[in-house]
Design a protein around this ligand. Structure first.
Ligand SMILES: [Zn+2]
Ligand SMILES: [Zn+2]
Length: 296
């Protein structure tokens, strides 16, 4: 790949269903933001709804500021680094999958024959991948908070004063590399085992070529996680990490420190004692790194 192709790669994100920047995920997040803001307005009934909408969603200060400019710069910079250096050096998901499947074949011989229906194979693959993916994200995120020298890198993500969907890209290149490596191990490991066991009969459940659960996660407001729009999942808060719960993770308040490391499921945070439900009432949060130092 040429450097200029890597540099312009972000322009394709809105057309790529595998990216959280895909146009449909912006539309669904926008619709969810409208609902949340309308419900908040109905509770308070102050001034005009449209004026408050303009002030919240389309405020120039929210979109044009130093914090968001840094997010944008890291989106382009990290993208170039990933495509020109990390992928060629560490390898792709496909290579990792084939390597695992071949290694299993070499050391264990032919896999036993399972006469499973294709749907049972697809369902178990989708579910196992989702669980391992979510747990591994939680574990790495928690480690980045707990180990002081790793926190110095993860701090970059938490230094955002304004949360916009672009804050997703605000990560230190070393953290991006760690997450890439994690993805490689998880995808290669799970897919490699399934390819070894089921060979050509393996197919995942997908939408527009994207894993169905990953697609659903992005469609159901993943872009609101990095935003100032308070959106909770109501009774599902107990099971799923809502955008509001991730906003609490970014809060600079000491009482929110080291909470909600998870991505999709609250289960891991519950087991680790770090789960903090969002509650119904919208909270006004200040985002960023607390002056006293460590995580927030
Ligand atoms: Zn964090
Ligand atoms: Zn975040």
């Amino acid at each position: 790949m040429q450097w200029w192709q890597a540099l312009t790669a972000p322009l394709n994100y809105p057309l790529n269903p595998a990216s959280r920047m895909y146009w449909l995920f912006w539309v669904s997040a926008g619709a969810m933001a409208l609902v949340a803001l309308y419900l908040q307005y109905r509770r308070q009934r102050q001034g005009s709804f449209w004026r408050s909408l303009r002030r919240t969603l389309f405020s120039r200060r929210h979109w044009f500021n130093r914090s968001t400019a840094t997010d944008l710069g890291l989106m382009v910079g990290n993208g170039v680094l990933r495509l020109l250096l990390i992928v060629p050096l560490l390898g792709s998901h496909l290579m990792a999958t084939l390597w695992v499947a071949r290694t299993l074949q070499t050391h264990l011989g032919n896999a036993p024959t399972f006469h499973w229906h294709w749907l049972a194979i697809a369902l178990s693959y989708t579910l196992v991948f989702f669980l391992v993916e979510d747990l591994s994200r939680f574990a790495l995120h928690r480690t980045m908070h707990r180990v002081p020298w790793l926190w110095r890198f993860h701090r970059v993500h938490h230094s955002a004063r304004r949360l916009t969907p672009l804050t997703l890209f605000r990560v230190h290149p070393l953290e991006m590399t760690a997450y890439y490596l994690r993805g490689l191990v998880v995808f290669g490991g799970v897919s490699g085992v399934f390819v070894y066991l089921f060979g050509g009969r393996l197919s995942g459940l997908d939408v527009l070529g994207v894993d169905v659960l990953g697609f659903a996660f992005n469609f159901l407001g993943a872009n609101l996680r990095h935003s100032h729009i308070w959106f909770t999942f109501g009774p599902l808060e107990r099971w799923l990490i809502s955008p509001a719960q991730h906003q609490l993770h970014h809060s600079a308040a000491p009482e929110h420190r080291d909470r909600n490391f998870g991505t999709c499921l609250t289960l891991w945070d519950k087991l680790g004692g770090s789960h903090l439900p969002a509650g119904e009432r919208p909270r006004r949060l200040r985002f960023g790194v607390a002056r006293s130092g460590h995580t927030q």
